[in-house]
Design a binder for this molecule. Sequence first.
Ligand code: ZN
Length: 83
Amino acid sequence: MVIHLMGPSKTYNLRPCERCGFKPQAGIFKTCLDCFLDGHSLYRYEYDVSYLKLVFKRSGSCSIRDCRPVNQVVETTYRLLED
Ligand SMILES: [Zn+2]
């Protein structure tokens, strides 16, 4: 399962997902991986990369900043989901 911010979907199938029950709409949701990907590929965002790597990587794929600890990220994500 993935908790994520969902923008407007380009999917025209408005039936709820058989795996997670998600019906495409904008907002913060907990969905299965297929709903999260919405037909796109999975990419791994990298944190704490060198400035040189940042310059040569595709825009929006990495940051020179550190990531918050995993427990903080999960806690924040669940709080946003519940709000
Ligand atoms: Zn789903």
